[in-house]
Design a protein around this ligand. Structure first.
Ligand SMILES: Cc1cc2nc3c(=O)[nH]c(=O)nc-3n(C[C@H](O)[C@H](O)[C@H](O)COP(=O)(O)O)c2cc1C
Length: 396
């Protein structure tokens, strides 16, 4: 029988019971003291709504367009590494869930599957690129992503060094998570404590643990390759600069997004370099601990480039109400990471669908209670910042 998922917190609790600790911590953890991760969630909670009464707004319209892609509601699935560790459905489950719920999904460079294989999952697929092997490798990957039908390129720029993920270290694995024969033995007891997960993996042929090929790696000839693909070395080799973004722009004719922007001036750099959108993101708090919550900097970014490019946001979205708040602050759409990974761990593709359904229902109810009939009508007049008295939009 399929487990019911009532909300994202519920999905997280269930994922914790399903996954070996090392895997749960890989997903659930963040950098250093995990302050930024906690702040991401808290910042959305701190924002209060200013509902309008006396309207019959009807069934709220949640559909919109994100970079030319029609989505049934503006919640996209963020790029996440090693998805197959959650469940054998892996990237295919993610793709199929996004497709059945009419939204877009982003394949990570280090998802643990080649971009060609993952493309067979179908749907509106975007590809996320890390700087790794410099322009030569990037050129090859971009050409492959285009040939495989990816509709947008998401360039992650917040990894000039890898965040200090202490939970991974405490669990005895190198960060970023890497499972080889040595760690598999060391982690034996944790895995045995989660027989359902272990059985799934064995049935799946433990393919997620296969030895990576020579070209594996974020920028290798087979992104996303094996587990070693998450290797820090590859990720850090040569961080993208704004001139690299400009160069990528010249090679990629479809929508280009820059992920990891936290300041208005950086958003302008991205727009100047030819990006079509920026994703306000601190990598779910997994990179620079102490980076601001994304809900706090979203208005600055929207105010600086909102008239030139689309602004998306991720980090800490756990309720449909958080999605509504992000849109009211000016985001075109949001992405979620951990929420759908928890769902994937619990019920595979169906679990991702359950999480999307929950967020959608929550969004719809929130909009109704708010007195707003369409996501396109959301603006800052619907929000009150509890930290500073009064409406966020001084015009109202
Ligand atoms: C397990 C995990 C793996 C991730 N891997 C990647 C990645 O490969 N590339 C990337 O750009 N972001 C990666 N991220 C960051 C997400 O794309 C996204 O920014 C973040 O999860 C949003 O925060 P949330 O988890 O609170 O929704 C990862 C996040 C998690 C939780």
């Amino acid at each position: 029988m399929t487990a019911v998922i009532r909300n994202v917190t519920d999905a997280r609790a269930r994922a914790r019971r399903v996954l070996p600790r090392v895997v749960f911590d890989y997903v659930d953890g963040a950098a250093d003291d995990e302050v930024t991760m906690a702040e991401n969630e808290a910042a959305f909670r701190r924002l209060a709504f200013r509902p309008r009464m006396g309207f019959d707004s009807g069934e709220p319209l949640l559909g919109t367009t994100v970079l030319g892609t029609d989505v049934a509601f503006p919640v996209l699935l963020a790029p996440c590494g090693l998805v197959r560790l959650m469940h054998p459905d892996g990237a295919f489950g993610v793709a199929r869930a996004a497709t059945s719920r009419q939204t877009a999904w982003v394949l990570s460079s280090v998802a643990g599957v080649t971009l060609e294989d993952a493309a067979s999952g179908g749907g509106h697929r975007w590809f996320q690129l890390y700087s790794s092997g410099g322009r030569d490798e990037a050129a090859g990957i971009v050409a492959r992503a285009e040939a495989a039908g990816y509709e947008a390129l998401v360039v992650t720029i917040d990894t000039p060094a890898l965040g200090n993920r202490e939970r991974d270290a405490r669990n005895g694995v190198r960060s970023p998570l890497r499972l080889d024969a040595h760690t598999a033995v060391a982690l034996g007891p944790q895995v045995l404590a989660r027989p359902r997960w272990a059985l799934r993996m064995i049935r799946d042929g433990v393919s997620v643990m296969r030895r990576p090929g020579p070209g594996d790696g974020p920028g290798g000839s087979t992104p996303s390759g094996g587990l070693k693909a998450a290797g820090a070395v590859a990720m850090l080799a040569s961080p993208f600069t704004w001139s690299d973004i400009e160069w990528l722009r010249g090679r990629w004719s479809k929508p280009l997004l820059v992920k990891g922007v936290l300041r208005g001036d950086d958003a302008r750099h991205a727009a100047d370099a030819g990006a079509d959108a920026v994703i306000v993101s601190n990598h779910g708090g997994r990179q620079l601990d102490g980076a601001p919550a994304t809900a706090r900097v979203l208005p600055e970014v929207v105010d600086s480039v909102g008239d030139r490019v689309e602004v998306l946001v991720d980090g800490g979205i756990r309720r449909g109400g958080d999605v509504v708040k992000a849109l009211a602050l000016g985001a075109r759409a949001v992405l979620v990471g951990r929420p759908y990974l928890y769902g994937l761990a619990v019920n595979g593709q169906q679990g991702v669908e359950q999480v999307l359904d929950v967020l959608r229902q929550e969004m719809s109810r929130t909009m109704r209670l708010l007195g707003c009939g369409s996501v396109k009508e959301l603006d800052r007049s619907y929000l009150q910042d509890l930290a500073s008295e009064g409406a966020l939009d001084s015009r109202t």
